[in-house]
Design a protein. Sequence first.
Length: 323
Amino acid sequence: MSIRIQRESEVTPAVAGRRLDQAAAELFPDFSRSRLQRWIRDGRLTVDHATRAPREPVREGERLRLDAEVEPEGDWQPVEMALRIIHEDADILVIDKPTGLVVHPAAGHADDTLLNGLLARYPELAQVPRAGIVHRLDRDTTGLLVVARTLAAQTVLVAAMQRHDVSREYRAIVNGVPISGRTIDRPLGRHPRDRQRMAVLEAGGREAVTHYRVLERYRAHALLQVQLETGRTHQIRVHLAEAGFPVTGDPAYGGRVRLPKHPTPELTACLRGFGRQALHAFRLSFVHPGSGETVAFEAPMPEDMEALLATLRADRDEGGDVP
């Protein structure tokens, strides 16, 4: 059974001048570029009520209007798996994602993703675009994700994400010891040579703003509270690495293992054996799409990060002063 989609969004300065299909992908991120291009060609996605070709540029202030029918997406298979459900009601699910779990099917991960698990447990999500997934976490980042159970809830949550009205707070263990917190405002885009990575791009990058403050200091590491203002791919990992404090264990941006002088054997083993970025989506807060009330959820630190923190504290207490 198809679902009717009706949405509207204004062209912002960030996407003004881009092709219509590119701007639509930014403003309606829960639909694929190919689907949006098809709707543009079919006259289902218009600009100020007029049809345009997908390649035509859009101007700031113009309004994109979408009125289309959505069939169940893809050939995604339901796959039974254990899911950590933090909260469940008629409109939303809040999930604590473990490390190693990919959120959405992609090359190499066709049927072992969070989406497949959601379809097995909640078959009705087949009628919601992307099975209700509103935002993502990297495969090895743990923590909170909100999933919409209805199209109406998804519309509200996606709009809230676009307005930066969803508060996302992380915990990150980083290499190096920052003196104080700061705001990082550096645009991000695909790395010009390695398309699997992101990079700071002053020309052509998308706005990206990250705030952090120091919660604990160790001899060669720190625990940070990180707040996202925007939600770009790999944003925290790239921004912190650019600032000189890469996330510990990050295989793409972290560099070599960082050890303090004369570390305890336990710390050496723990750091060398930590096989993922030490990044956890700790707190999520937003206006509930059903009740209209602000709700907040927290997910406890995963065991591997707790063990690393305990070892860092023990090394600090044994090793002396913190920089």
